[in-house]
Design a protein around this ligand. Sequence first.
Ligand SMILES: Cc1cc2nc3c(=O)[nH]c(=O)nc-3n(C[C@H](O)[C@H](O)[C@H](O)COP(=O)(O)OP(=O)(O)OC[C@H]3O[C@@H](n4cnc5c(N)ncnc54)[C@H](O)[C@@H]3O)c2cc1C
Length: 666
Amino acid sequence: MALDSKIPNGPLADKWTNHKSKINLVSPANKRQIDVIVVGTGLAGASASATLAELGYNVKTFCFQDSPRRAHSIAAQGGINAAKNYQGDGDSTYRLFYDTIKGGDYRSREANVHRLAEVSTNIIDQCVAQGVPFARDYGGLLDNRSFGGVLVSRTFYAKGQTGQQLLLGAYSAMNRQIGRGKIKMYNRHEMMDLVVVDGKARGIIARNLVSGKLERHSAHAVVIASGGYGNVFFLSTNAMGSNVSAAWKIHKKGAFFANPCFTQIHPTCIPVSGDHQSKLTLMSESLRNDGRIWVPKNLEDVQAIREGKLKPTEIAEENRDYYLERRYPAFGNLVPRDVASRAAKERCDAGYGVNKTGEAVYLDFADAIVRYGKEQAHVKGLDENNKALVKKLGQEIVRAKYGNLFQMYDKIVDQNPYETPMMIYPAVHYTMGGVWVDYNLMTTIPGCYAIGEANFSDHGANRLGASALMQGLADGYFVLPYTIGDYLADDIRTGKIDTQLPEFERAEAGVRAQLEALITNKGKNSVDFYHKKLGKIMWDKCGMSRNTTGLNEAIAEISALREDFYKNVNVPGTLNEFNEQLAKAGRVADFLELGELFAKDALERNESCGGHFREESQTPEGEAKRDDENFTFVSAWEYKGESAKAKLHKEVLKYEAIEVKTRSYK
Ligand SMILES: Cc1cc2nc3c(=O)[nH]c(=O)nc-3n(C[C@H](O)[C@H](O)[C@H](O)COP(=O)(O)OP(=O)(O)OC[C@H]3O[C@@H](n4cnc5c(N)ncnc54)[C@H](O)[C@@H]3O)c2cc1C
């Protein structure tokens, strides 16, 4: 099958406007004849469901949580980008477009990224109209801060709870449609398979997670908004339930999976503290606006800190290595995440890590507290030389900006970050890879769409901070609702899709057989046993740096682990009850297949780009070295019975509006 990305012709800046004007529409009366299934209620799924229902389609929405409001998007902390240029600091649609392409290390599709930058401004207006309480400045105007990889302030935020506030906005828009009967909401329902009839996506098999019952649901189109797959690493900042299963099931039914190895390792997370952990906690990138990252310059100081004989606050300024400011003076602490993560790893690998395991660096707010404190003292006509007063005033400002994040750190680490620097280390956070989609966000299965983090998205090989929320909401509020009509215009006379069709029967039987095999296995190891083992292989061999030997080992080890899983996994309980372990077993089974494709993709991409760092391809300074001649493409994998046999298709990327350069943040 040939890949067709369906990028409209014409000048880049006009593509989206022209495309919208020319694609097929479904009349309001005919929308009532059409059913759409949306899997997922995060920012992408909730915004899509609300908008499609508002337009008049009959929407059925599914999530595995007890409420749509508990989707993982609620965890997003730092903010959402938009090219509003409210700060008058030189921002524009082009600059957001440029920053995103450069940030992704020239591995994303120009047309999609430009559209994203164009609609970014609409998102803010939409959310403000919904009542999302974005932070405002003294004069009452919307405030902004900066995120990594950019030289402007374009990030809108609601303290450290931006995702929560945005999701509440989307959720209320959804609730209005639930009240009108236009959305039928299926909480605690997990999509188990896609049903394809005559080559088109026509429904899903879902499992009611409370009763265990399998259900058939039909529709004229199916939208997958099931989020990212970072939990293939076991430990990540994602919500515990985040998984790849919905995306993987459609992959097995014909949807190509793109760039599976493109993973984002976030530089500012609370370091791993031991084997007992099942979750890692993010400290938002927004903290890098004011926090300075450093390690001691001298190994004796590192040793003394680890032994508890020295405190970081006792290390003199000249004995600190602010390594990001040193290596990247132009962007300093706000370099993109991939760059900051690798730099932290480099320092820790060289022995400068500041916690017991040697895997932590400092994120320090002492300077910011003094800077803000002096400013406040000046504004209020108080004594700028009174250190205690300045500290108190400065801490108040820092508390107002990042209070909940500081409180979270204090609760988890039991150290007061107002008084001592935070300790941070990189952790798995986001997956740029995902289901391949064309310009209309349709997968390679007609009628099956993928939006939000579930698709391979607009972020290339590295996503810039605060751009995931932007992309999810762009897809859901402003892109899919237009583009889906182009496909559905041919379905206005199709009528209801019958769930008694043999395709539904077969799909349901397949799901039942898999569940029965898992529950009757009665092996000796728990599901988590396998998930942890898989996570360790992924982190050690497919993590922050990758090489040929490690990747080949990973492929063999994951394959062996999968075999052992099916022989020896033990899933307690029964089929027809609320059984979290059974749900998890299905998700881990899919991770065990994805993991292999991930390693295969990383092996195939014998270059470094963005978050994908191949040790064989680096500059003398240790920076990622792209190979544009051979790798300026999106890897799109076609399922051929098992991950080992997956077939690679290449979507060659063309850069017409942007000059492709070596990425530099110096
Ligand atoms: C801690 C943290 C902080 C972040 N902060 C920011 C930030 O400040 N700014 C930013 O831009 N990005 C941030 N991100 C990234 C961003 O939050 C995510 O990329 C984004 O929220 C993903 O949204 P989504 O709608 O695609 O998926 P999700 O929010 O993950 O939602 C997935 C939905 O799919 C459902 N689902 C999944 N599988 C199934 C299935 N099989 N059957 C039924 N339902 C299913 C789930 O129930 C859920 O409703 C952060 C990420 C993390 C981990």
